[in-house]
Write a protein that binds this ligand. Structure first.
Ligand code: ATP
Ligand code: MG
Length: 414
């Protein structure tokens, strides 16, 4: 039955998946806090306008990937494909301009109608940070450093390379844009349909095309670095110097343009070759024009977003570090007492799984399956003597402890 499967490109996250996700999100949240970022959450859907205005009419996301629908009252709404536009909208509607600089962290689901592949889903999850209100290259350095440290803390920095580029300021981009139009126009007929549309509206985006013919042509195109004006070159130099000062390695990739229109100056991606074609795990850049695009006063910004699924595939199997205890009662009286014991242990902050039914061997199997450190076996005979058997699930060693001192008996498992 088709309707009993998850929708194409969406996944159920079972506990073992969720543990990996949580490890990624919790680690990132903790790390970016060291840089002063605080968590916010914006709604999962916004007015379609929020994304149309900001992501750009020629971006893949806007042209073919958005889940948009008309609400019953005629409003056009879209499930967020990314969160920077939502943060910018929040910045405007909450009147946050007075409070800059602002440092926000977010985590949550995003939605894009892409062709599902490994590491490419229709509902996926991102973590990200945004730093609003700082024009200095020091902000770019700090934001990249936070991403770098998060990947380091996840144990995967060695699997990634930081690629860095500058898109320059608007003047530089306009000069480059003209150069690209001059270059691509004679080859117009070799471009994909998308490529041709981009040539009209935003030729830079051709460089980000996934079409083979577009990519081949793009390989010979003029490079942006030759068109940076002095201010943009200085800015980029400062970002690079700042990164070197704190020991962050990077590789300049002059072809690195980001998929969304609001980026300018610094762009960067942490890429890996451990995930096949879906190699970008954390990506971002500077977006000084974004708030203006939304109709606000010019406000500089810089940030990144990372794909939780892709990061979760790269990290080691995450193990829960708090021990789990299984209580296995045998007999009705023992079962009643077991419930009280479970609550007593939970009062002390222990994770306790109560075996409700089944014979002893099935209950022991379950204790094994849930990864219990110890099983507490309580039969009517033990109850009569006010004791409980504590079985070390690793060694099989069993010892008896007074029911009044169980917590002490469990001490060395903690
Ligand atoms: P790509 O070139 O891989 O499509 P993108 O430029 O569209 O990436 P961004 O919009 O920059 O990606 O999103 C930031 C990160 O979010 C990506 O680097 C990736 O890790 C993750 N991501 C983006 N789209 C998806 C998706 N459909 N499924 C899973 N993760 C995704
Ligand atoms: Mg994409």
């Amino acid at each position: 039955m088709a309707h009993l499967k998850p929708v194409r490109g969406t996944h159920d996250l079972l506990p073992e998946d969720m543990r990996q996700h949580r490890a990624v999100i919790d680690t990132a949240r903790k790390i970016v806090r060291l840089y002063g970022f605080e968590e916010i959450a914006t709604p999962i859907f916004e007015s379609t306008e929020v994304f149309h205005r900001t992501l750009g009419d020629t971006s893949d996301v806007v042209t073919k990937e958005m889940y948009s629908f008309e609400d019953r009252n005629g409003d056009f709404l879209t499930l967020r494909p990314e969160n920077t536009a939502g943060v910018a909208r929040c910045f405007m509607s909450e009147g946050l301009a007075q409070k800059v600089p602002l440092k926000y962290f977010y985590a949550g689901p995003m939605f894009r109608r892409e062709r599902p592949q490994k590491g490419r889903l229709r509902q996926f999850h991102q973590i990200g940070i945004e730093l609003l209100g700082v024009a200095s290259p020091a902000a770019d350095v700090d934001v990249i450093a936070a991403g770098h440290r998060a990947l380091r803390s996840l144990g995967i920095i060695d699997k990634t390379v930081l690629e860095l580029n500058s898109l320059g300021d608007r003047e530089s981009r306009n000069a480059y844009r003209d150069a690209l139009i001059d270059y691509f126009t004679p080859h117009k007929n070799s471009l994909s349909d998308d490529g041709r549309a981009r040539l009209q509206r935003n030729p830079l985006r051709i460089l980000d095309s996934k079409d083979k013919a577009d990519r081949e042509l793009a390989a010979e195109a003029p490079v942006l670095s030759d068109y940076l004006n002095e201010g943009s070159r200085n800015f980029f130099r400062n970002v690079q110097d700042g990164l070197m000062r704190i020991g962050i390695d990077f590789k300049i990739n002059t072809r690195l343009v980001r998929g969304l229109d609001y980026y300018g100056q610094t762009t960067f991606e942490f890429v890996t070759d451990a995930l096949g074609a879906q190699g970008t795990v954390l990506a971002g850049g500077r977006y000084d024009g974004l708030i203006e695009l939304m109709g606000g006063a010019p406000t500089p910004g810089v940030g990144w977003a990372a794909g939780v699924e892709r990061l979760a595939m790269l990290i080691d199997k995450y193990k829960e570090d708090c021990p789990v205890f299984a209580i296995i009662p045998m007999g009705q009286k023992a079962a009643d007492r077991a419930h009280m014991l479970a609550e007593e242990l939970r009062d002390d902050g222990l994770v306790v799984d109560l075996a409700y039914a089944g014979n002893v061997s099935r209950r022991m199997k379950r204790a094994n399956r849930i990864g219990a450190s110890a099983a507490l076996i309580l039969g009517d005979e033990e109850l009569a003597r006010n004791v409980v058997q504590i079985r070390d699930m690793k060694t099989g060693h069993q010892s008896e402890t007074s029911l009044d001192a169980v917590i002490i008996g469990l001490d060395h498992f903690r």
